[in-house]
Design a protein around this ligand. Structure first.
Ligand code: GRG
Length: 290
């Protein structure tokens, strides 16, 4: 099956899961509206695709992979809502639509993010799998999202607006801010399949870390040179005085690094049966225009 079609199928399954999830009338209505608004707003669903594809390649039960993938997307959505807040990146638009705090209000956006993050863990522990799988999934997602992962990356990012940072610090920032959730995506797929083979896990992790860094380099190139279809104003990094990959290297060098990382990602999964589709995804992320 072609990558685009496969990703579309995965996104439809994730959307179906969220339809049921948000149909729960027990949620406070305004909170539920804000959570739903941001979750169902046309994200590319790259991370859940990574989870579901990894799980599928390793022979997992899709009924386990789906809630794992959905939980990860809930954490991703929370991070975007909070990242857009006036105290962070202060963006009015995301995916071409008003950001959560612009559509609702700031306090509601903070709470919607809080709720998505917290609910993600209840989604994990309600997955139809063993307690050991649930515990490991919670550990992986918590560590990726928390103070040694994505939140750490965000903190370094904010600090970098005030202080000069080195290229190595920027790469660590990207590995935490973007790479950590990508890494968690494939690990959740491994856990869904109950795969404990370290060499297989390491292959997926190497793939995810490489595409995570590529993703971020391409993000920087698009922010500076892309077009408005990206869904947010061009040059927002420059406006916010951000250090980006392009602070340290030329666009040509950045592209060459992204290509090298993509080759390494593809090499990492070259021995996994059916891994060609992940190689196609790596290429797609390298060449994406938004
Ligand atoms: C607020 C704790 C906290 C963390 C925020 C994710 C993040 C950390 C910031 C987002 C800023 C940003 C644009 C980072 C680049 C990488 C990234 C996560 C881009 C958005 O991911 P996509 O393109 O999003 O997969 P879609 O819209 O497709 O879901």
């Amino acid at each position: 099956m072609k990558l685009a079609e496969d990703m579309k199928n995965c996104a439809a399954q994730i959307d179906g899961f969220f339809e049921t999830f948000f149909a729960d009338e027990a949620r406070e209505h305004r909170l539920a509206d804000a959570m739903r608004y941001s979750t169902m707003s046309g994200g590319k669903r790259i991370r859940p695709y990574l989870t579901m594809k990894t799980a599928e390649l390793l022979g997992a039960d899709p009924a386990v992979a789906l809630p794992f993938a959905a939980a990860l997307e809930l954490v991703h959505t929370y991070s975007l809502i909070h990242d857009d807040l006036p105290c962070m990146d202060d963006d009015d638009y995301r995916r071409g639509r008003l950001t959560c705090h612009k559509m609702f209000d700031e306090a509601t956006a903070v709470l919607a993010g809080d709720a998505l993050l917290t609910d993600a863990f209840s989604v994990l522990v309600n997955a139809p799998c063993t307690d050991r799988q649930k515990a490991e999934a919670v550990k992986v997602l918590a560590e990726a999202a928390g103070s040694r992962g994505m939140v750490a990356g965000q903190m370094t990012d904010l600090e970098a607006e005030r202080h000069a940072i080195s290229f190595d610090t920027l790469k660590r920032l990207y590995a935490n801010k973007t790479g950590a959730l990508m890494r968690a995506s494939v690990l959740l797929g491994c856990i869904a399949a109950d795969c404990r083979d370290a060499s297989i896990r390491n292959a997926f992790v190497r793939y995810a870390e490489n595409i995570g860094m590529t993703f971020q380099i391409v993000d920087d190139l698009l922010d500076k040179y892309g077009d408005c279809s990206i869904g947010k104003p061009l040059g927002s990094d420059e406006k916010n005085g951000k250090n980006t990959y392009l602070t340290f290297v030329s666009p040509e060098e950045a592209k060459a690094d992204a290509e090298r990382l993509t080759s390494d990602a593809k090499a990492a999964v070259s021995t996994i049966a059916g891994g060609e589709v992940l190689a196609d995804l790596a290429d797609m992320l390298l060449h994406r225009q938004k």
